[in-house]
Ligand binder design. Structure first.
Ligand SMILES: [Cu+2]
Length: 189
């Protein structure tokens, strides 16, 4: 009658004691890692994600748009034909360099298709953040610098980190449109 005695013994074992035994067994498995190598590998995989992000990306809270393909990242001066190819736009310098959050000044040289400096041009500069659908409340002023078709545009109030497009529309003295072009900047946060 031994089997029945064993059954009787198990039946008499307090429930709490049986649960305790199960917990001890689970704890041993968890601590030793026995039987959960899959879980360990999974943990390792998860660990690689955040570490890869922190080594390759910008610190938390900073805008990183320098890799955006729209952004003009080549060194100045930067030449660009207008959309109608009737004016060449040359971005000579920016202040500060590179453009930064806040007020910026851009120096632009305009050349006609015939290679002549474009003098007395009427230039309209429009800074916008295309991804956000807004511009700036401050209207930039344009002033001629020399007789080589060079103009200063300021202030370009790039008040927010991210991608900015500075569009230039150029008209002649009698205000008939000649050409337009845009330069793109990444403003760090
Ligand atoms: Cu914005």
């Amino acid at each position: 009658m031994e089997p029945s005695l064993l059954n009787q013994a198990l039946h008499d074992t307090p429930l709490a004691m049986r649960r305790c035994s199960a917990l001890v067994l689970l704890t041993i498995v968890a601590v030793s890692g026995v039987g959960c190598s899959g879980g360990a590998q999974e943990d390792e995989g998860r660990g690689q994600g955040p570490s890869a992000d922190s080594s390759g990306g910008a610190p938390a809270g900073e805008i990183s748009c320098g890799e955006d393909p729209r952004v003009d990242s080549k060194p100045l001066p930067l030449r660009r034909d207008g959309d109608r190819e009737s004016v060449e736009f040359e971005l000579l310098e920016t202040e500060p360099a590179p453009p930064a959050r806040g007020d910026n000044r851009l120096r632009l040289r305009l050349t006609s298709a015939g290679g002549e400096p474009l003098l007395d041009a009427a230039i309209r500069a429009v800074p916008t953040m295309p991804d956000h659908g807004h511009g700036t409340p401050i209207k930039p002023e344009v002033s001629a610098v020399d007789e080589l078709g060079t103009y200063d545009i300021e202030p370009l109030n790039l008040f927010m980190p991210g991608v900015w497009r500075i569009s230039f529309e150029v008209a002649n003295e009698s205000e008939s449109a000649l050409d337009s072009a845009a330069f793109w900047f990444c403003i760090a946060g």
